[in-house]
Write a protein that binds this ligand. Structure first.
Ligand code: PRP
Ligand code: URA
Length: 210
């Protein structure tokens, strides 16, 4: 597993406002989108490209285009949906698949409640979006789901992670092409499985308490 933790004052600044419990939902949504666009720059560093020849107004030259099959972006519903616009802003030609997952707040076990993904992901590069990597259970299930369908490599963009969850993802994905890109690596998980200091429940802060 490759890990990249962002180290940029703009990212830390935006994260600080996101963490603040007095930040309103509209601001939280706008900041999430901006943060993801900044993280997407690093997450797409190894996006597959192919050489293309083009004509400028004065010469012929070669450049790069995103290769086919197109990358697949997979937001994990609900909270990952808040990251989608920020990601596709940077990768507009990507296709988008959806996975709905919810964590049981007692057992902390994830379950899949919705799925709309191509059956065959052979040779596809996948970008999973989920703001919170807490115990890692949700992300591990999502990654396994994509590899079972034939994905070749999976890059996960998360805003915050706990060290415990990151270690669990590393153990569960040993030998696989997995990259994790984080806005920040936080301190620990509390007894309820929340990231500390964290930002609370990302889905509730984006869309309201359910
Ligand atoms: C949150 C979050 C992750 C998951 C992380 O989703 O968006 O998907 O918890 O926890 P884990 O690493 O311990 O699995 P939640 O289940 O609250 O659903 P929501 O996005 O609909 O709010
Ligand atoms: N899910 C969240 O939304 N926040 C956490 O801190 C942990 C899981």
């Amino acid at each position: 597993m490759r890990l990249h933790v962002a180290d940029h004052p703009l990212i830390t600044h935006k994260l600080t406002v996101l963490r603040d419990k007095s930040t309103s939902s509209p601001t939280f949504r706008a900041l999430t989108e901006e943060l993801v666009t900044l993280l997407a720059y690093e997450a797409t560093r190894s996006v597959r490209t192919e050489t293309v020849e083009i004509e400028t107004p004065v010469a012929t030259t070669t450049g790069l285009a995103i290769a086919t099959p197109k990358p697949l972006v997979v937001p994990i519903l609900r909270a990952g949906l808040g990251m989608l616009d920020g990601m596709v802003k940077l990768l507009p030609s990507a296709e988008v698949g959806f996975l709905g997952m919810v964590r049981n707040e007692e057992t902390l076990e994830p379950s899949v409640y919705a799925e709309r993904l191509p059956d065959d992901l052979s040779n596809r590069q996948c970008f999973v979006l989920d703001p919170m990597l807490a115990t890692g259970g949700s992300l591990i299930s999502a990654i396994e789901f994509l590899f079972k369908r034939g994905a070749v490599d999976v890059t996960c963009v998360c805003i915050l992670a706990a060290p415990e969850g990151l270690a669990a993802v590393e153990a569960a994905t040993a030998g696989r092409e997995v990259t994790i890109v984080l806005g920040a690596l936080d301190d620990h998980l509390n007894e309820n499985g929340y990231i500390i200091p964290g930002l609370g429940d990302a889905g509730d802060r984006l869309y309201g308490v359910v």
